[in-house]
Design a protein around this ligand. Structure first.
Ligand SMILES: [Cu+2]
Length: 118
């Protein structure tokens, strides 16, 4: 009589553990979450150069270059600034307000991109 209830409990525990493990893994890796928008840094280029997102979107830059780059807001004062990103490092920030947000690499200022929020 108690069997089905026990099985359900086991299933629930298993699901919770799996979810917790996944959440932990994502936190450790800084992996993209659903709804994130991605900019890839490679070959001294931000791709896409212009990315359009909805307000509230988290934008994640990931450096796939074998060169250190940074992501620095072109606003004065800067609205965001990453630490130096080694290969496969990423940086993210959330864009809440509509507008056009230019940014560049602090080490190679000719590397430029724009996040359009609308
Ligand atoms: Cu750079």
């Amino acid at each position: 009589m108690g069997e089905p209830a026990m099985s359900n409990t086991k299933l629930r525990r298993g699901g919770t553990l799996a979810a917790a493990t996944l959440a932990l893994t994502m936190a450790v890796l800084g992996a993209a979450r659903a709804g994130d928008a991605a900019v890839v840094i490679d070959n001294f280029t931000f791709t896409p150069a212009t990315l359009t997102v909805a307000p509230g979107t988290r934008v994640v830059w990931t450096n796939h270059d074998d060169m250190v780059h940074t992501v620095v807001s072109a606003a004065n004062p800067p609205l965001f600034r990453s630490k130096p990103l080694d290969t496969d490092d990423s940086f993210s920030t959330v864009f809440d307000k509509p507008g056009s947000y230019g940014y560049y690499c602090g080490m190679h200022p000719y590397m430029q991109g724009t996040i359009v929020v609308k």
